[in-house]
Design a protein around this ligand. Sequence first.
Ligand code: GLU
Length: 465
Amino acid sequence: MNSRVRFAPSPTGQLHLGGARTALFNYLFARQNQGDFLLRIEDTDKERSKKEHVEQILDSLSWLGIDWDQEPVFQSSRSDRYSEVIQSLLDKGNAYRCFATEQKLKRIREETGTYLYPGLWRDRSESEVRSMLDAGESFTVRLRTHREGITSFLDQIYQKIETSNSDIDDFIIARSDGSPVYNFCAVVDDHDMEITHVIRGEDHVSNTPKQIMIYQAMGWDLPQFAHLPMILGPDKKRLSKRHGATGVQAFRDQGYLPEALINYLALLGWNPGTEEEVFTRDQLVEMFRLERVNKKGAIFDDKKFKWISGQHLMSRSNQDILEIIKEMVPEWATTERSVYVLQVIEQLKVRSKSVLELVEQSGYFFTEPESYDKDARKKAWKENTPELLNSYLTDLSKLADWNRNSLESSLRNIADIAGVGAGRLIHPVRLALSGVSNGPSLFIIMELLGKERCLQRIQTALNLL
Ligand code: GLU
């Protein structure tokens, strides 16, 4: 049978890194096995589920290129089916109605010190149940679970997981308002959607035995289960807002490329088994193996993410990057694809982690520096700097060919004559042209800026500093 997997977000917030990683692993697994990757929106919590969250989740998935097969399934549209399955469990005697009030259960919990349901309505007579129903008393529906033995499953990542049935009570599958609970809906949906592999976060391991009991009560085949290790912050605590931006949208807003985030997310918990760490989507589809997912939580390492982002940015074409910038930065929207702009991108993409960082660094290619970095100025501007710069200026104005080689030999020549190291000129010239101390090779900057702008900026710096 074809593999069928699903990603089942609850639309109570935007798509976070953890969800995106779960979606990605499902997606990679499906694409590798020529299976189906389905989406299910778990929107049964009417108060917390919002349409805008659904939209944002779908939008983030699309941006990441995690495309799904078939129309998404919404749990909110499946209540009839849930009622039908609950009825069938009641008919089979595998579930029963419990009329115990919340207060009563609370009292028992306090008395016995256990949260496990004591089976109050497990073995009541039909007439007793009937009379409560006739009296219009409200009830929950509970699964009649096994009292003895163990429930075990072979997790594709965590291996054998066993739970003693005595640790699981006759849990509620439908609340007193008739609404079915997550564990129940998930099973009915996974069965109806013919899911073969349930791949989800490790926080659901404890739900799995309960879900298995529902499969068994219905006589349905079990899917395979694979639970993914949690994503942790640098402090080894579960990744959360405390650790900074964790929403996919924030990464997009910061100008990171989707392929970079995909690449990094794939490495969170999955070990490619090679030294190589930079992968394209196609390579990930080809290489991904559930068996190579670790059990241990995976730490989100911002530095490594940025490095991977830089690698991906470098391999994008200059035209591509310009198009992305135009979409993100209003001032660039009307930018022509001029040779100059593309050359600037070419120089800066190798020094940036995101397109926004590239834009931030590009200012001096388009406008004169508005200020000069204080530290750089202290280091670069010495007593004899004006004299040296003036000599260079004179030489530059006579330069026949304005290219990186002639610019460099002229500079080195002036430095030689003055008996100083080339750095004595390189640093102040860079400062005069860009206002900062870092960037592409100075002579490339000069070549790109052109003669007029260079002479003028050096003169301005001489006047100001
Ligand atoms: N809605 C659940 C969640 O967001 C999905 C659990 C599952 O995949 O079964 O965690």
